[in-house]
Design a protein around this ligand. Structure first.
Ligand code: ATP
Length: 228
C-alpha cells in the first residue's frame, strides 16, 4: 500500500517452535498511532520483535519501512533499525557514560562522522524530550522518567519512519507514565508514526488512539476505549 510503513499479511509469529499469533493482518500508515494491548503472554513483545528483526518471519508476508521481513538478512538488520526507533520498558541506556555519549554512541554506530552535526542533532533530540539541560549527567543519576525521555530521544536520532515502543511506561509510576505519554503524543502530533505495546489502561483511556489487541492467538483491531 502506498503510504504504509508496515504491512503484515497472513503472518504467523513464532517464539522458537511455539506459534504465538497466527493470521496476522495489519497495515500501519504514515502518521498513525496504534496501541497494542493484550494479556501477559498474549504475544505483544513477540510481534514487536518480529517487526524489528529479532525474530524471523516464517509464515505469511511482511514489509516494514521498505524492508521485506521474509527475506531480511542478518546484515540488513542494522539498516532496518536505523529507520525505526525502538523504545523499551527498561530503557536500555549505557550506564557507563553520560546522556550525550549515549546518543553519540548510536550516531557513530549508524554512520555519522561530523562532530558538529552530531552535537547539533543530540541537542535537537534532547530538546524535544525536555532533557537538553541534563546532557552531561550519567544515566544512573536520572530518574526512571528522565531515562525514558533520553531513550525516546535516542529513538528519534535517525528521524525514524516508525517508532516501536514496547511497554514504554511499564517501569514508571502513574504520574511519570502520564508525562512520558504526553511526550509520545506530542511526538505523534509532530508527524511521527507510533506502535506502542502497553498494559496501562489509564493511558489508553486518557489518550485515545486506534487499538490492536492480541487475544486467543490472533490480532485484531478493537474499538477505542471509552472514557470512564
Ligand atoms: N524466548 C522465548 N522462548 C520461547 N518462548 C517464549 C520466549 N519469549 C516469550 N515466549 C512465549 O511466547 C508467548 C508470547 O510472549 P510475549 O512475550 O510475546 O507476550 P507479551 O504479550 O509481550 O507478554 P507481556 O505483556 O508479559 O510482556 C508466551 O507464551 C511466552 O511464554
Amino acid at each position: 500500500m502506498e503510504n504504509s510503513v508496515l504491512q503484515l499479511e497472513n503472518a504467523a509469529i513464532y517464539q522458537r517452535d511455539n506459534l504465538v499469533l497466527s493470521k496476522v493482518n495489519l497495515t500501519i500508515k504514515t502518521g498513525d498511532f496504534y496501541y497494542l494491548i493484550g494479556k501477559t503472554g498474549s504475544g505483544k513483545s513477540s510481534l514487536m520483535k518480529t517487526l524489528y528483526g529479532d525474530l524471523p518471519l516464517r509464515e505469511g508476508s511482511g514489509a516494514i519501512v521498505g524492508f521485506d521481513l521474509n527475506t531480511l538478512k542478518e546484515k540488513q538488520i542494522p539498516f532496518l533499525r536505523r529507520k525505526i526507533g525502538i523504545v523499551f520498558q527498561d530503557f536500555k541506556l549505557l550506564s557507563d557514560r553520560n546522556v550525550f555519549d549515549n546518543l553519540k554512541f548510536v550516531l557513530k554506530a549508524t554512520g555519522w562522522k561530523d562532530k558538529n552535526l552530531m552535537k547539533d542533532k543530540i541537542h535537537e533530540v534532547l530538546d524535544k524530550v525536555g532533557m537538553k539541560s541534563q546532557y552531561y549527567k550519567k544515566t544512573y543519576e536520572l530518574s526512571g522518567g528522565e531515562q525514558q525521555r533520553v531513550a525516546i530521544a535516542r529513538a528519534l536520532l535517525n528521524d525514524p519512519e516508525l517508532i516501536l515502543a514496547d511497554e514504554p511506561t511499564g517501569n514508571l509510576d502513574p504520574k511519570t507514565s502520564l508525562e512520558v505519554m504526553e511526550l509520545l503524543n506530542s511526538i505523534h502530533k509532530s508527524g511521527k508514526t507510533i506502535l506502542m505495546a502497553t498494559h496501562d489502561y489509564q493511558l489508553i483511556v486518557k489518550f485515545k488512539q486506534k487499538t490492536l489487541k492480541c487475544e486467543g492467538g490472533e490480532l485484531f483491531e478493537v474499538a477505542q476505549q471509552a472514557t470512564v
